[in-house]
Design a protein around this ligand. Structure first.
Ligand code: 5GP
Ligand code: ZN
Length: 112
């Protein structure tokens, strides 16, 4: 999608600090980290949010969770949080599906 920030990051048109990439997904460190470790995992296919996941594209989401588990294990992350904000009221600011992976500090519940 031509005017999507994360599609531009995937295309290399906007630089990012890459964590991982394969045919299906791309992972990179968040520009404004909310924990000592904070990276985002996104599908290469433009999907606007969890609300647009369906039977045709849900395999991408399953793959992303496999990648999150692999990256967390590689980085020695024993405790971490995976977050996806859907819609502006929940805090979504970029409308390309992304999973925040946060680790390295105590976290509170419920989230703010
Ligand atoms: P959301 O607010 O939609 O849940 O998450 C979007 C995330 O993207 C935010 O945590 C924000 O810091 C991050 N972000 C926004 N613009 C950029 C950018 O240009 N580069 C990187 N690496 N992260 C960004
Ligand atoms: Zn996009």
């Amino acid at each position: 999608m031509s005017d999507c920030l994360f599609c531009k990051i995937i295309a290399g048109e906007i630089p990012s600090n890459k964590v991982y990439e394969d045919d299906v997904c791309f992972a990179f460190y968040d520009i404004a980290p909310q924990a000592p470790t904070h990276f985002l995992v996104i599908p290469k296919e433009h999907i606007s949010s969890v609300s647009a996941v369906n039977a045709e594209n849900s395999a991408v989401v399953a793959h992303i969770f496999e990648v999150i588990a692999k990256l967390a294990a590689e980085k020695g992350m024993e405790s971490y949080r995976v977050v996806s904000n859907i819609g502006e009221q929940a805090g979504q600011s970029v409308f390309h599906l992304h999973f925040h992976v946060l680790s390295g500090r105590d976290m509170t519940w419920p989230p703010g």
